[in-house]
Write a protein that binds this ligand. Structure first.
Ligand SMILES: [Zn+2]
Length: 335
């Protein structure tokens, strides 16, 4: 698939709630779709595509063609091409289809990627039954709400429980021209006992901005989780801001290798560890961890701070295939 070669000058900021969507003359518009009043990205966390009949005059500034859409069923899709009858979009399973209706997304500061999804790719599962895919999504949505409140534009790669291959996640971030792509995960299996949380962030070894984003996330997340007492943490010996490379020196992880955007993958803690799994199921954890991620993202966008330094020694890992591909991928309904 080719990326749309459009760069929009105006950076979007702030949010319009999905309840305020307006249908603009579908009969006469050559590209009918749902437009929000103004050019701001709508919240992907409140995707109920409610239409109203209230008339709102067109904005004076034409925001141009959207870079992505939130489909009427709430699925985020990259726009590949604007056509006469609608928008050619990439589906989650990396097929192409045409959407006539959707909520437009424009250039986006932060794309949050809740790891895993769908009936098969659950990710880790805690001894308390908490599935990583659900925990990642809950934390991503809470983080998105905080960023919206701060006037930072944000989109999620995955908005409910469906399969989303790694290349599709990268394509969404790249198409929305994200400044930062943060993939959210919780780790397994259990490693050595530790006095401090075993949080780790994987970064793009060739990209200093990825190292900076990773350093800020690691600093904020470690400080935030350390507030919780009575948790028996576990950790890898080389936890930190880590590059994970194959023996040939290339990136091991698809979520780090595939995006052209500045990307990191954060493993906030160990869901396989009973003590941490108990914590991760609480509202307090979501509140504290989402604030840490939002603070890190905001510092990344608004300062040149770099947080925790990256590990001097890179980790070696040879991927064995596994999940994240398009084999047997079934798209969720888009409309
Ligand atoms: Zn994961």
């Amino acid at each position: 698939m080719t990326l749309p070669a459009r760069a929009r000058g105006a950076r979007t900021a702030g949010f319009i709630l999905a309840g305020a969507l307006i249908v603009l003359s579908c009969a006469s518009d050559e590209r009918p779709f749902l437009l929000p009043p103004g050019a701001a990205n709508p919240s992907p966390t409140t995707t109920e595509a409610t239409t109203t009949t209230q008339f709102v005059p067109p904005t004076t500034e034409d925001p141009g063609d959207p870079l992505g859409l939130i489909s009427p069923t709430g699925v985020v899709v990259p726009v590949l091409e604007a056509g006469e009858g609608g928008y050619r979009v990439g589906t989650p399973c990396l097929a192409e289809t045409t959407l006539v209706f959707g909520t437009p997304l424009y250039r986006t500061d932060v794309v949050l990627d809740p790891g895993h999804g769908g009936p098969v790719e659950t990710g880790a599962v805690g001894p308390n039954g908490l599935a990583e895919k659900d925990l990642n999504l809950r934390l991503a949505k809470a983080t998105a709400r905080l960023l919206e409140d701060r006037g930072i534009s944000v989109a999620l790669t995955r908005t409910t429980d469906y399969r989303l291959p790694l290349r599709a996640r990268a394509l969404i971030a790249d198409t929305l021209q994200a400044e930062a792509l943060i993939s959210i995960h919780h780790n397994a299996p259990i490693l050595s006992d530790s006095d401090i949380p075993g949080s780790e962030v994987f970064y793009q070894v060739q990209n200093p901005e990825s190292a900076r984003l990773g350093g800020l996330i690691q600093e904020e997340v470690l400080a935030a989780l350390s507030q919780f007492e009575d948790v028996s943490w576990v950790s890898a010996r080389d936890a930190g801001v880590v590059a994970v490379l194959k023996p040939d020196g290339t990136e091991s992880y698809g979520m780090i290798r595939n995006p052209e955007s500045t990307a990191v993958l954060a493993e906030l803690g160990y869901l396989a560890n009973p003590s941490e799994a108990e914590l991760f199921a609480t509202d307090e954890y979501i509140e504290v961890a989402s604030a840490a991620l939002a603070d890190a993202a905001q510092r990344f966008l608004e300062t040149d701070q770099s947080g925790v330094a990256v590990n001097e020694v890179n980790r070696r890992f040879v991927p064995t295939g596994g999940t994240g591909g398009t084999d047997n991928c079934e798209d969720p309904p888009l409309e």
